[in-house]
Design a binder for this molecule. Structure first.
Ligand code: BMX
Ligand code: ZN
Length: 287
């Protein structure tokens, strides 16, 4: 029997049929508006219909703060969940299968930690996508904290006079570096508006496109050095649609290299590639 993996992001939901830790098949759908958990679960399950006879458990990784009562948004601009949003309970009652659920970046952090092998004790995973999410592994344990908030590093402040964040703070990493923030900065300058994919292609020809991407990468570099100073991490793993875009990791590493040696940390691309959070969803049943 296999696992149904569900990764809920602010822009898309990825679904996978996972067996022996490998993605056998994969599909995705645009994230619907989260009105009520049962309806949201039904939309997801309709897309996984043909796999249901082959699965005996469901692993979910989701954007938002996960508690036993459900999901709630830290930044409702990323994806507004009427909170608490009892999605695990809804999936369980519709399928009669056990459901495990973690924050998306926490799930990916655990998966990526295991993929790194035995030499690493302390690491973080950072996803730069619709928002900026994170998960931390300390002394070889996923650290969630008593409220489940640990790893929400997108909401640490790096520019005191920076842009407003949907979480209510000012100058959060997410408000500067996320795909949403990049798109906003790009829409303020380029007309007609262009996609983030086109912005990255334009960076070699347009100083302005390069500056928007560099501001994001510099904020992520500052975050990495802050994490190194706080937790003395051995390594940081980067994922997400922006994090894995061509040239982004190089920009982050270059910005880190210009900072004092004590705060430098090596940043590598996720082994799970764009599917680190999806693989992390299924991986919860491993250990
Ligand atoms: C936000 C927050 C995090 C999430 C991160 C990345 C919400 C709804 N989400 O900081 O929980 O891990 O975005 O999420 O408050 P993604 O949608 O970009 O994958
Ligand atoms: Zn914030």
């Amino acid at each position: 029997m296999h696992t149904l993996a569900i990764d809920i992001g602010g822009t898309k939901i990825a679904l996978g049929l996972v067996g022996n830790g490998q993605l056998i098949e994969r599909t995705q759908l645009p994230t619907p508006k989260a009105q009520n958990a049962e309806q949201f679960a039904q939309v997801i399950l309709a897309h996984a219909d043909k796999w249901l006879p082959e699965i005996n458990k469901i692993g979910v990784s989701t954007t938002g703060l996960v508690t036993k009562d459900g999901i709630s948004a830290i930044n409702p601009d990323t994806l507004a969940f009427p909170s608490p949003f009892p999605l695990a309970q809804a999936l369980e009652s519709l399928t009669n299968k056990p459901v495990a659920m973690l924050n998306d970046a926490q799930a990916a952090a655990w998966y990526e930690f295991k993929a790194l092998g035995s030499t690493i004790d302390n690491m973080a995973f950072i996803t730069v996508s619709t928002g900026v999410g994170g998960g931390v592994v300390i002394n070889r344990q996923l650290h969630q904290g008593n409220a489940g908030l640990a790893g929400h590093i997108g909401h640490t402040v790096v520019e005191l006079d920076g842009p407003k964040c949907g979480c209510g703070q000012t100058g959060c990493v997410e408000a500067i570096a996320s795909g949403t923030a990049i798109k906003k900065a790009s829409d303020d300058y380029f007309f007609p508006h262009i996609s983030n994919i086109d912005l990255f292609s334009l960076a070699s020809k347009s100083q302005h496109a390069e500056a928007i991407i560099a501001r994001s990468a510099n904020a992520i570099a500052a975050l990495c050095c802050n994490l190194k100073a706080t937790l003395d991490l051995d390594i940081i793993v980067l994922g997400g649609g922006i994090g894995l875009a061509t040239g982004y990791l190089d920009r982050v590493n270059k910005a880190i290299a210009s900072r004092p040696g004590a705060f430098q940390v090596s940043v590598v691309a996720a082994k799970g590639d764009y599917d680190a959070c999806l693989l992390g969803a299924a991986y919860q049943f491993k250990e």
